[in-house]
Design a protein around this ligand. Sequence first.
Ligand SMILES: Cc1cc2nc3c(=O)[nH]c(=O)nc-3n(C[C@H](O)[C@H](O)[C@H](O)COP(=O)(O)OP(=O)(O)OC[C@H]3O[C@@H](n4cnc5c(N)ncnc54)[C@H](O)[C@@H]3O)c2cc1C
Length: 372
Amino acid sequence: MSDHLEKLEPILADVVRPNADRVDSEAVFPSQAIAELGRTGLLGLLSDPAVGGMGLGHRQAAEVIESIARCCGSTAMVATMHYCGAAMLERYGDEATRGKIAAGECLTTLAFSEAGSRSHFWAPLSTAQAVDGSIRLDAHKSWVTSANHADVYVWSSQPVAEEGMCTLWQVPRETAGIHPGSGFDGLGLRGNDSTPCRAEGATIPAENRLGEDGKGFDAMMEIVLPLFNVLSSACSVGLMEEATARACEHASGTRYQHLDSALADLPTIRATLARMRCKVDQSRALLQATVTAIESGANDAMLRVLESKAVCNDAAGEVCDLAMRACGGAAFRKDVAIERYFRDARAGMVMAPTSDVLYDFVGKAICGMDLF
Ligand SMILES: Cc1cc2nc3c(=O)[nH]c(=O)nc-3n(C[C@H](O)[C@H](O)[C@H](O)COP(=O)(O)OP(=O)(O)OC[C@H]3O[C@@H](n4cnc5c(N)ncnc54)[C@H](O)[C@@H]3O)c2cc1C
């Protein structure tokens, strides 16, 4: 087993899996799991060894996220958003912050989505103004995962002075004028602390800019989009893999005593389980092809990146729906512990870029049209 998965295994067994139901039912942030991921260096998985990181890439991050998602979707989402923020900071952030991320002392997230432009994260309406050599931020961010726990947000705004769609910033959560909301009461991923966050005259140093003014969109497309889509896909694969395993176990072990037969003796149930298995394997194959395309710089890498999130997120919704149906009332009443996966799996398809938008992008790409 590779080093990152060896480090992860005991965290899953001792912390993530035992706490998953409570994280969901009480909507509590998985602080202990995140602390353990930090302590073992796994929050620094993408960081350069020169700053103390593990120096790994999309493939290994996806393996970590899939494994976590099999136990707890909320923890997987917190780690997903951290890896996306960390990748931006690794490219454009200062050395001190990069070192803290590598050491597991800095949790990050993305603060992209806004109340005004909603899921169209590439078009922020929030502002950044140069005032006395510093930058004043005003914004109404609509969703920020880990909003009350991340140390640093990777933040989008309109450019300060240049042309372009947006500019990115490193914003410490404790900056005066940054106001995360309290509590997340969602259908699924209930422990991910994804709340709105306002900025009212929040002042940060001008050096906190990540990349050039007006070039944030390019960084989003080059760094964040491929990584987020891969990790969101991996999260979906983990959720549906576990839902399938639990459904098969339930169907094999549940008996109709008066018939002396198992639930899995019904051909309709077996066919449902088979459809689930096929969708999981199709999704995994596309995810792996996507990662390989990214690693090799293949011409079709971006097309795979767009396809993968839509296919895996939608498949997770369908597979978990089938799992609920195959396991009957027992699943509806939580006896099979599948309904948390069913609820968690609904998030991926509405997280930006949403499935609808991705299908539109794929359609444009294969018709030779510009995406934006
Ligand atoms: C659990 C969770 C965690 C999140 N964490 C973060 C985070 O950490 N950082 C962050 O920045 N954001 C985060 N988000 C926000 C997310 O990325 C989306 O921006 C948000 O879910 C969009 O919701 P909305 O109601 O604004 O969608 P809307 O934009 O109102 O979309 C509504 C519907 O319209 C469809 N639609 C919109 N535009 C088009 C189009 N052009 N073509 C076809 N259909 C379209 C959408 O697919 C969707 O079905 C999170 C969301 C969730 C659910």
